[in-house]
Design a protein around this ligand. Structure first.
Ligand code: FE
Length: 187
C-alpha cells in the first residue's frame, strides 16, 4: 500500500486508511493539517518511490568549500539548512562551529578571513536567521574580507507565497555582496 507524506508538516496520507487514491485527489486538494498544496506531498512507501539521491546539492556545496580549503563553518543549524548541516556532519574534512547568534557567526567568519587570508564561511536558517548575519557580512564587505554566507530558504514549493520565514534573501544580500544567488535542488 502506498503512503505519502506532507513535506511541510509531516502529515501522512495512508492509502490503506483512505477511500480516494492519492493520485485521484483533485489538483486543488490541500493538506488537511497545514494547507500545503498536493505538490508538497512525497511518496514515501509503496511502488514508484523515487530512488533516494546518494549525493545531495548540499553535499556538493560542502565538498566544493573543502576543495577551497575551508575547514570550519560558523553558524546555527535549523529546519531550512538541515541538508547543509547533514553534509557538514558527513564530511570528515570540515566542522560546524556552533554560535549562540547568527551575528556572531558572521563576525567570526569575517575575523577568520581577515586574520588568516582564508575564506570565512557562516551559515544561517532562512528569514530572521539570515537577516541576523547582515551586520557581520557588511563588516566583511567593507574590509574586503572574503566571506561566504550560506542561508537556508523555505521549501521550493512555497517560494513566492510569503511562507513562514520567507524573505527575498537574494535581493537583500546582493546590495552588499559581490554575488548572491539561490540554489535549487538538482533537476
Ligand atoms: Fe501538511
Amino acid at each position: 500500500m502506498k503512503k505519502w507524506r506532507c513535506t511541510v508538516c509531516g502529515y501522512f496520507y495512508d492509502q490503506a486508511k483512505e477511500t480516494v487514491p492519492f493520485e485521484e485527489l483533485p489538483e486543488d486538494w490541500t493538506c488537511p493539517q497545514c494547507g500545503a498544496p498536493k505538490s508538497a506531498f512525497k511518496l514515501i512507501e509503496g511502488e514508484g518511490i523515487p530512488v533516494k539521491r546518494k549525493v545531495t546539492v548540499a553535499d556538493k556545496i560542502i565538498e566544493q568549500l573543502v576543495a577551497y580549503g575551508v575547514k570550519r563553518i560558523y553558524g546555527i543549524p535549523g529546519d531550512s539548512n538541515l541538508p547543509l548541516t547533514e553534509a557538514i556532519r558527513k564530511n570528515p574534512n570540515i566542522d560546524l562551529v556552533l554560535t549562540r547568534h547568527e551575528e556572531a557567526a558572521a563576525f567570526m567568519a569575517s575575523a577568520h578571513a581577515k586574520l588568516s587570508g582564508e575564506i570565512g564561511v557562516c551559515m544561517s536558517i532562512a528569514g530572521p536567521g539570515s537577516t541576523n548575519l547582515i551586520t557581520g557580512i557588511v563588516d566583511a564587505a567593507t574590509d574586503r574580507a572574503p566571506v561566504i554566507a550560506l542561508l537556508g530558504q523555505v521549501p521550493e514549493v512555497f517560494l513566492g507565497s510569503e511562507s513562514l520565514q520567507e524573505i527575498a534573501e537574494v535581493d537583500i544580500f546582493k546590495t552588499f555582496c559581490v554575488y548572491a544567488e539561490q540554489v535549487g535542488a538538482a533537476g
